[in-house]
Ligand binder design. Structure first.
Ligand code: SF4
Length: 497
């Protein structure tokens, strides 16, 4: 660890930099002592431009690091169509001619957090997959939903799936050198020609045609753990192709598992290849194949290795695997085990026998999950005064063919629920953008509350959490969750008197 070196002005060089705005500075940290403020820009570490937070951390992990910072300058901005002088408005911008200052750390965290994790922008995808959701999106959503990202750095940081078709030689070397493990890879099929046919990558955008050979790529990344997924398209990469893919992936020591997800469609497929969803029989056949592999792998290596998504079981009309069979739910985000995980924390044992005042609650969800949810909440219907309806909400945004809960929007709930018809509407938490109360179409829960004239809340990730949301709402109208059934009954009698 070293103390702050003298802040000094140095001449910027002409090399490209990716100024990274600082979000927070930890009080008392080296950056704080150097006078770094939120909004300042990181330009270089040890004289080299930094492309992302991973490269930043990597440089710090090498020991001594000199961080070169810049303070953004205010620039007058002319807002088109706005009367007044340019001086009335300004934005803060990086000025390459402005002096910079440095501070040094050695084996110490400088205490900086950045606005973004990628300083040089997101890496876009080089494909045009037949099943791409972005191509099937209706118009009018926020711009970020149309970004076709395929960035191995986000895969490492957040577990998003990447195809590896846009990697350069230096990307591959970096993954290996910095040990960016694990990565999450969309394989779809181990048959190279078939993969190209499904993904139709744009030759001009694929930097190295050799690199997109999925088998050689997996083999080159042999020191990197890979969680893989196969998006299954009926009549294309299923049946024998699926067997070949599973067999190949299972033969690679660095492949940890393979999730199998059926193709998802929307009604917005203008000028896109003609693909369809699985029939029940096809889904059953697929599960039968995968179950043979799962049994074999479990006997041979102690893991089932291949994990069908929930949707495949629902399409096939077959029971979900047990909690143990999901082996810790490593692919929950990919729709593998979400329903079983939801059911693992069940309803509380101390359910009240009656409510102080009658309440009607609608649980809105996609048609795919409605039946399972309806069965799960059945015990709640024994509570006197509590009317619970599970409503299969039709997707008015993406079309009837889209049956998953996570793609429901405000528009769908407006169509499915009449104003004032219940006291509470509970929407699936997966309909909300992470950390917000905003749905895909930017409808907020408070918008829905006002329009539907009822309380609207997000449910929970488990049945137990959902029960807590229900009873918190009941409690806010008089019921005290946690009281004995007897006490609730007494309270109810008093409330009604
Ligand atoms: S990789 Fe395929 S599915 Fe993903 S964004 Fe690109 S085209 Fe769409």
């Amino acid at each position: 660890m070293s103390d702050l070196t003298a802040t000094e002005a140095i001449q910027p060089n002409q090399e490209q930099v990716y100024p990274a705005p600082v979000k927070t500075v930890e009080p008392g940290s080296p950056a704080d002592r150097a006078g770094v403020r939120p909004g300042d820009l990181l330009l270089r570490v040890n004289g080299e431009a930094v492309t992302d937070v991973l490269a930043y951390r990597w440089r710090l992990s090498q020991g001594r690091a000199v961080l070169e910072m810049s303070r953004p300058v205010a620039r007058p901005t002319v807002l088109s169509g706005v009367l007044g002088t340019a001086q009335d408005h300004h934005t803060l911008a990086y000025d390459p001619a402005a002096p910079t200052f440095t501070f040094e750390v050695e084996w110490e965290d400088p205490g900086l957090e950045f606005e973004e994790v990628l300083f040089d922008g997101i890496k876009k995808c080089a494909n045009k997959c037949d099943f791409c959701y972005v191509h099937q999106m209706p118009r009018g959503f926020r711009k970020s939903l149309y970004i076709m990202d395929d960035d191995y750095r986000l895969s490492f940081l957040y577990g998003s799936f990447v195809t590896l078709t846009n990697l350069t030689e230096s990307d591959i070397n970096r993954i290996l050198d910095e040990n960016l493990s694990p990565l999450y890879v969309s394989v779809h099929t181990a048959n190279q020609e078939l993969r190209q046919d499904l993904m139709k990558w744009w030759k001009l955008k694929v930097k190295d045609p050799q690199a997109v050979q999925i088998r050689s790529m997996i083999e080159r990344l042999e020191s990197i753990d890979l969680y893989t997924q196969i998006v299954l398209v009926p009549g294309r990469n299923d049946r024998e192709h699926l067997d070949d893919t599973v067999e190949y992936l299972s033969s690679r020591p660095n492949v940890i598992s393979a999730a199998v997800v059926p193709i998802g469609l929307t009604a917005h497929r203008t000028n896109l290849p003609d693909v369809r969803t699985f029939t029940r029989e096809e889904a059953q056949d697929t599960l039968a194949r995968l179950n043979r592999w799962r049994r074999q792998f479990l006997g041979e290596r102690g893991t089932r290795f291949v994990f069908p998504s929930d949707e495949l079981y629902l399409l096939a009309g077959e029971p979900l695997p047990t909690e143990e069979e999901y082996e810790g739910f490593p692919m929950l985000e990919n729709g593998v085990g979400m329903i079983r995980d939801f059911l693992t924390e069940g309803l509380p044992d101390d359910l009240p026998s009656a409510l102080p005042a009658p309440r009607k609650i609608i649980l809105g969800t996609g048609s795919l999950f409605a039946e399972s949810l309806d069965r799960a909440v059945e015990p709640l219907r024994a509570i006197e005064g509590l009317e619970i309806e599970v409503r299969a909400v039709e997707n008015k945004t993406f079309g009837k063919v889209t049956t998953v809960a996570g793609l429901l929007t405000g528009r769908c709930f407006r169509h499915a629920v009449r104003p004032g018809e219940a006291d509470l509407l509970i929407v699936p938490p997966t309909t909300l953008r992470y950390g917000t109360e905003l749905m895909l179409d930017d409808t907020s829960l408070s918008d829905l509350r006002a329009e539907l004239r009822m309380d609207v809340r997000a449910g929970g990730a488990t049945l137990g959490e959902l029960a807590r949301v229900i009873f918190e709402n009941v409690a806010s109208s008089g019921h005290q969750w946690g009281m004995s059934a007897h006490a609730v009954k007494d309270g109810g009698a008093r409330g009604q008197a």
